[in-house]
Ligand binder design. Structure first.
Ligand SMILES: *Cc1c(COP(=O)(O)O)cnc(C)c1O
Length: 373
């Protein structure tokens, strides 16, 4: 370890995951990995470069700034902004040469104005809210009118009609089926007026669970990073985790009964033992809720956090294991036969794997390696 803490990004694993997803969708469906939120905490720039090398068709992001960041990596790759855009962001997205999402004829007018000012014909994806209850219009007539407004503008190109599933990770497919049916019904109507219009809906969970959701393009996020959208072990779908998180043993200390570790003395040694300090904490995104329950790997063995997690340090009881200053500590990832997955950490916190990697703060450097496919 040259660094206090380090997130290692295995770009070979990312390419492997893209290839697995490609195999599921076949050659005729566009693969558009989602690189929002700094690539789910993995570092958007190197992930974008690897995804492009893996031959994806376009990159999806949530915000205009994210689009600009991807454009800086690659002059050509088609980019789609999925999220809502504030007025100033419309210009940024257009400057990035990205397609944008719309659901309101008035907003279409402001995108057209900005596209004309920039001298750049902009592709638009009309969002239909089929049940997420968030962005998009839930009124089919407003959706049709929005598509019509796009089609009438010489500064815009009508690319797609799309939606987002609320329950794709739910074992009961009923609501997803309902949403899918709404998109395909309106899609049929819209295509009769606008031939060539694409449809898209699938996130990772839908992509994996139901080929009927693939339509013309899929937008997997979490699976690209080798995490399981259903919270299971990612290897069940042959996904390889892309991120591992490491630190090192900074001190090794013998504890006698009655000695405590950390703020508030939430843990007190009951018998003689050894406690090590690892210089990583909630300031790095190791959530304080893991105090006294989280685990790490040292020399291939699991050890439990003891005491309250601080901003910059955690304390770990290693008992009588042979541990020395400088030994590598793995918070997410594998050592020998043992693995700690983001899914396991999430389960301890009552949250989802997505939040675990997104929480890793900018203080932790992301180093990338690996061209294996
Ligand atoms: C984040 C996002 C995705 C990707 O979802 P995953 O569950 O990570 O696959 C797809 N579409 C939209 C609109 C999103 O916001």
């Amino acid at each position: 370890m040259y660094e206090r803490a380090e997130a290692r990004i295995d770009l070979g694993a990312l390419k492997h995951n893209c290839a697995r997803l490609r195999r599921r969708i076949g050659p005729d469906v566009e693969l558009a990995p989602v690189l929002k939120a700094d690539g789910y905490g993995h570092g958007a720039a190197h992930c974008a470069a690897a995804a492009i090398e893996a031959g994806v068709d376009r990159i999806a992001v949530a915000t205009a700034r994210e689009a600009l960041q991807v454009r800086a990596m690659d002059a050509e790759v088609p980019i789609l902004v999925l999220g809502a855009l504030a007025p100033g962001e419309v210009e940024v997205a257009i400057m990035a040469g990205a397609d944008v999402s719309v659901w309101d004829p008035l907003f279409v007018g402001s995108v057209a104005t900005a596209a004309r000012a920039a001298g750049r014909v902009t592709g638009l994806h009309v969002k239909y809210d089929t049940g997420m209850g968030r962005l998009g219009s839930s009124d089919p007539e407003v959706v049709m009118a929005t598509a019509q407004a796009v089609n009438e503008s010489p500064d815009l190109k009508l690319e797609a009609l799309w939606t987002h599933f609320a329950t794709a990770d739910d074992p009961d497919p009923a609501f997803m089926d309902l949403q899918r049916g709404r998109l395909s019904d309106l899609g049929e109507r819209a295509r009769s007026l606008h031939p060539g219009l694409k449809l898209h809906a699938a996130n990772s969970a839908a992509l994996i669970s139901d080929p009927a959701t693939h339509f013309d393009l899929v937008r997997p996020g979490v699976a690209v990073y080798g995490m399981d959208p259903f919270g299971r072990d990612p290897s069940e779908c042959d996904l390889r985790p892309v991120l591992s998180l490491h630190s090192y043993v900074a001190t090794v200390k013998r504890f006698e009964p009655g000695m405590s570790a950390g703020y508030g003395r939430t843990w007190i040694a009951g018998e003689p033992t050894t406690v090590v300090t690892v210089p990583v904490g909630y300031g790095d995104g190791v959530r304080r809720g893991l105090s006294n329950v989280g685990e790490v790997l040292i020399n291939g063995r699991r050890h439990r956090f003891v005491g309250t997690i601080s901003m910059d340090n955690i304390t770990v009881e290693v008992g009588n294991a042979a541990v020395a200053v400088g030994d590598e500590v793995t918070l997410i990832g594998s050592q020998g036969e043992e693995t700690i997955t983001a899914e396991q950490v999430a389960a301890k916190l009552g949250t989802i794997n997505y939040e675990i990697t997104c929480a890793i703060s900018p203080r932790v450097p992301r180093s990338s390696s690996g061209d294996r496919v």
